[in-house]
Structure formats: structure tokens, C-alpha cells
Design a protein around this ligand. Sequence first.
Ligand SMILES: Nc1ncnc2c1ncn2[C@@H]1O[C@H](COP(=O)(O)OP(=O)(O)OP(=O)(O)O)[C@@H](O)[C@H]1O
Length: 317
Amino acid sequence: MTDAAEAVVETSGLTKRFRGGQVAVDSLELSVPRGSVFGFLGPNGSGKTTTIRMLLGLIEPSGGTARLLGEPMPRAARQVLPQVGALIEGPALYGFLSGRDNLLRYDAADPTADPRTRSTRVSEALERVGLAAAGSKKAKAYSLGMKQRLGLASALLQPRQLLILDEPTNGLDPQGMREIRTLVRELADDGITVFLSSHLLDEIEQVCSHTAVMSRGKLITQGTVAEMSAGARGRLAVTTPDTAEAMPVLKEHGVTDVTVSGDRVTGEMPATDPPDLADLNAALVRADVRVRAFGVERASLEDVFVALTGEGFDVAG
Ligand SMILES: Nc1ncnc2c1ncn2[C@@H]1O[C@H](COP(=O)(O)OP(=O)(O)OP(=O)(O)O)[C@@H](O)[C@H]1O
């Protein structure tokens, strides 16, 4: 269970069919490397929460297998779950209790938690999420971001190898989102593998080393975020007031799907034998195109998603 190359989450053919026949998760093959910050990305309803619930043994799969820290779930739940912190669907908090008392109470409900170290562990968890100073405030006075950090603290009351967070920034304002993202990075630096779900592409790009992309219950791709963006070709973008003059020059050089939006002309570089960017820029200038900015933009995960599914990534909700 300590091999660095080992997958901390591994599924094979994992499937969930709900009563009524709807397949929420379809033959999922997921492999989460130890030490990664793994972003489980997909639009709303693509099966992320259902997958997480199966991983944690909260619901039975209809087919396939899931292993957590190398052990089969749900069979090894009692052995494995103490090493896994989880936060799904926001923390259940008592508003009339302080943040600290919420954690004490939460810990007391955990039969594997040692009451003798409870107070120290609660203090450490509050410290870890930056709530030490606010620990004595009533939870109902917390901002949403603070509540979410308190939820994270509850998942950190014991030493964990793996954290599973379902949409940890959902509903937070930009500041709250930044706090959670920073915290996730710090936890990863501490050596905890973090598996988080999100429907936000830029969130995954900002915090995750690896990602798996879901669409309609199916895994469409997984790998490192860097590989994935590199795999999709970026678009050439030219900023110029002379868009009409720029278009034919780009087309002559093999650029396809040339489109104009405002003062930007963008297009796909040819896959084989692409023109040298300096030559292309010179050709634009020769054609009296006043070039204000020029370059190939790195492909985003959204480009990857659109390329693989042929659908737009629905960021609503
Ligand atoms: N208990 C259930 N019974 C029937 N269908 C369900 C149940 N739970 C989820 N589903 C359906 O399964 C599909 C996947 O839902 P799931 O919640 O796993 O998606 P998600 O990617 O986590 O999306 P969200 O971010 O909206 O939670 C959805 O179409 C949902 O309606």
C-alpha cells in the first residue's frame, strides 16, 4: 500500500444503473496515481457524484470493481476508510455550535478516533485550514468558504492518505474558491493524494496535476493535465484591425477553420508541415496587415473536451 507508483483509486468496468434503467456510470476505468491532485471533471449530471459514492462504499455498483488504497470496496471499507477523508455535499454543521465544538462533536461520533488526542487533533485541523482564530465563533456566523474549510478540517481529523472532495468550491465566491484551491495544493504538498470533482474547467487547470474527463456517465479521457493540453493543438490567434486582409494570408499558409471575432482572427494550424510562425507573421506584414498580437494559444481543457465529444462543455449550474 506504500508503493509510490501504485494507484490509490482504481476502478474496472465500474457501472451504476439506477432503478428505472438509467446508467449513471458506464464501465468506468479510472486510475488515480498516488501523490496526484486528480481532477474528476465533467458537466453536471455526468456521473461524478455517483462514482464517488461507489468509491466510498455508500452505494453498491451494478457491475465492475473499485479499489481504494489497493483494497476492494466496499468489502475493505472498515480497513480503508479511516485513511480516507471525504467531503461530499457540503458539511453538515450545527450553526449554534462553534467551529471547534462542531469538530469535537464530529470526532466523538467516529468510533476509530482516540478521545485522548481529540482536543489536540481538533486544534491542529483548525490550524491546518486557517480557522484557528475563528474556532470559537459560532458556525452560523461563518462565511460559506469558512464552512467549507471547516468541512475540510473534519476530513483532516485523522492522518489521511487520500482526500475525496465532491465539488469542494461549489457555491463559493472567488475568494472562497481561491482559499480552497490553495488549501488543496498545500495538502498535496503534505503528501496527501487529493481526488476532487468539479464541473469547472479552469479550476482543474489551476490546481490539478491529473484529470479524468466524464461525459454522460462515460470516461472520455484521463492523464496529466499538461499532456492533455499538449495533445490538443492550440489555435493560432492574430489580433489586428485588418481582419479581412489577414484571412486570405492565413488560408494560403494552410490555416483552416479561420474565424473572425472582433479584432481577432483565429484558426487551426495544419497538423502536418505547419508553416513557421515567423514566416507567417512576415507574410501578414507584407500584406499590409497591422499585427498587434500574434501567437498560438495553448489548448485548454475545454478545447480537449469539445474535440473529444463534439459537444460544448456545459458550465451552467
Ligand atoms: N439515486 C438516483 N436515482 C436515479 N438517478 C440518479 C440517482 N442519483 C443520480 N442519478 C442520475 O445519474 C446521473 C449522474 O448523476 P451524478 O449526480 O452522479 O452526476 P454529477 O456528475 O455528480 O453531477 P452533479 O455535479 O450535478 O452532481 C444523473 O442523470 C442523475 O440524475
